[in-house]
Ligand binder design. Structure first.
Ligand SMILES: Cc1cc2nc3c(=O)[nH]c(=O)nc-3n(C[C@H](O)[C@H](O)[C@H](O)COP(=O)(O)OP(=O)(O)OC[C@H]3O[C@@H](n4cnc5c(N)ncnc54)[C@H](O)[C@@H]3O)c2cc1C
Length: 206
């Protein structure tokens, strides 16, 4: 696609030719609705052009540099929720006469979860700091989003394991964290695309 041909518009609800389509039935993030948008002979006046004609692709890329820090933060929140629930449960749940946190297999999972969360938080804060300083954040945003989202999935998966059978039920929050976390490795560019962005930036610097 020729990126120079893309232009951003604001399209008001109710504009003739613009309709909301099917509401998606999603695995997670169900509190946030996602729906199809349908455009059929939809004519938009010049006054609704957002920015400059032909600059839409550049605008989208700039938005993604910032948006990816938000997805990293969202991932971090999910990971922390899953971790905190796991620490509490591991201290409460007793098996073989002891809290499951006293089994090294569980304690080491908690150690891995906490370490990954800490690393994801440092990357996310570094990206946020670069944005606050108005620096170019393409690489660090992609790194933070890629790493934090993968950590969210890993931590939520470990959380389900720590909860055992209860983890697989809706009695506890961890099944929701598990479902919600997966979007973070997909939305605003998949993990594969983040690696593409990071490697391109690295090679430009080399
Ligand atoms: C719940 C939800 C909400 C969303 N909200 C929005 C929104 O508000 N606004 C918006 O614009 N979009 C939104 N999206 C779309 C989202 O950004 C895309 O789904 C996402 O970027 C992946 O694109 P795709 O679905 O077309 O996957 P595809 O591009 O078809 O990718 C399929 C697979 O191929 C891989 N792949 C594709 N290209 C390459 C490549 N060049 N190299 C290596 N691997 C590749 C991908 O990593 C993936 O594994 C939303 C998606 C979801 C699920």
């Amino acid at each position: 696609m020729d990126s120079r041909g893309i232009t951003a518009f604001i399209i008001e609800r109710g504009t003739p030719g613009f309709y909301g389509g099917k509401k998606e039935n999603k695995l997670g993030m169900r509190a946030s609705e996602t729906a199809e948008m349908i455009f059929e002979n939809c004519r938009i006046p010049q006054s609704q052009v957002l920015g400059t004609v032909g600059e839409g692709f550049i605008q989208a890329m700039k938005i993604l540099d910032g948006g990816r820090i938000s997805i990293a933060a969202l991932s971090l929140g999910i990971a922390k929720g899953a971790y905190e629930a796991s620490v509490k449960y591991a201290q409460e749940r007793e098996q073989f006469g002891k809290p499951i946190a006293s089994f090294q297999a569980i304690a080491f999972k908690l150690a891995d979860m906490a370490t990954k969360i800490q690393a994801a938080e440092l990357l996310t804060r570094k990206a946020g700091d670069a944005k606050d300083r108005h620096e170019k954040t393409t690489k660090i945003s992609a790194m933070a989003k890629y790493y934090a989202s993968e950590v969210a999935v890993e931590v939520a998966t470990d959380a389900i394991q720590i909860f055992g059978g209860y983890g697989y039920t809706k009695d506890y929050p961890v099944e929701k964290y598990y479902r919600d976390s997966k979007l973070c490795t997909i939305g605003e560019g998949t993990s594969e695309i983040q690696k593409l962005v990071i490697s391109r930036e690295l090679l430009k610097e080399a």
